[in-house]
Design a protein around this ligand. Structure first.
Ligand SMILES: Nc1ncnc2c1ncn2[C@@H]1O[C@H](COP(=O)(O)OP(=O)(O)OP(=O)(O)O)[C@@H](O)[C@H]1O
Ligand SMILES: [Mg+2]
Length: 199
């Protein structure tokens, strides 16, 4: 469903990704660990097409829909959470009100649709970032440091969400420099010195 072959990427003099290959299939939850600056976000940017690799190929199964939370998600500050999500979903004509409201409710966000995103805390923004990555029933989901700013109860909600996505046969790849307590992965990888290896 997702195949990376011999991906390499350098920025000016700095080589970040040396030779990355990965074959990942549906219904699989993968973790990519690695310290700050090892290239986790860069790899996600390459998979989504935001950055072009210097070498290598990316293949997605036909009909794949990518969802991604990369670094700090940006929203329209003067609009509510739901308006922002509707805006993003409508761009792809994949907005589903019921599903989106359910996700907002799961994460304890404003269902009354009154609060502007400008009033949101770091953790609340992060939850919106998670929701936009999954609300369109995306089937390949990339989550970059998804639990940053989340309180323990929200981390539990997040873990439940990942379990559901797995049951729905989605492919989920989570990148984080540390362990997410309570989360069990099907496959654990580490990105180090530009190479991706099983732990
Ligand atoms: N557009 C860019 N131009 C130049 N250098 C970049 C660019 N993007 C990333 N880098 C460099 O590439 C390296 C990898 O960055 P990246 O953001 O992928 O790391 P990361 O593993 O996501 O780190 P973190 O855990 O801090 O989020 C860093 O040294 C960074 O400075
Ligand atoms: Mg990063």
């Amino acid at each position: 469903m997702l195949t990376l072959k011999n991906i390499a990427k350098s920025f000016q003099q700095q080589t970040v990704l040396v030779d990355i290959s990965l074959t990942a299939s549906t219904g699989c939850l993968i973790h990519i660990a690695g310290p700050n600056g090892c290239g986790k976000s860069t790899l996600f940017k390459i998979i989504t097409g935001l950055l072009k690799p210097d070498q290598g190929t990316i293949a997605l199964a036909e009909g794949s829909i990518l969802g991604a939370l990369i670094e700090n998600p940006q929203f329209l500050e003067y609009e509510t959470a739901l308006t922002n999500l509707r805006f993003l979903g409508d761009l792809n004509q994949r907005f589903n009100l019921e599903r989106t409201q359910k996700l907002l409710q799961q994460f304890g966000l404003d269902l009354e649709n009154r609060q502007r995103v400008s009033k949101y805390s770091v953790g609340m923004r992060q939850k919106l970032g998670i929701i936009q990555a999954v609300m369109e029933e995306q089937n390949i989901i990339l989550l970059d440091e998804p639990t940053r700013g989340l309180d323990p109860e929200s981390i539990q909600q997040f873990i439940q969400l990942l379990e559901k996505l797995k049951q729905e046969q989605k492919l989920v790849i989570v990148a984080s420099h540390d362990e997410i307590p309570g989360l069990v992965y099907d496959r654990a990888l580490v990105l180090r010195n530009g190479q991706l290896n099983d732990v």
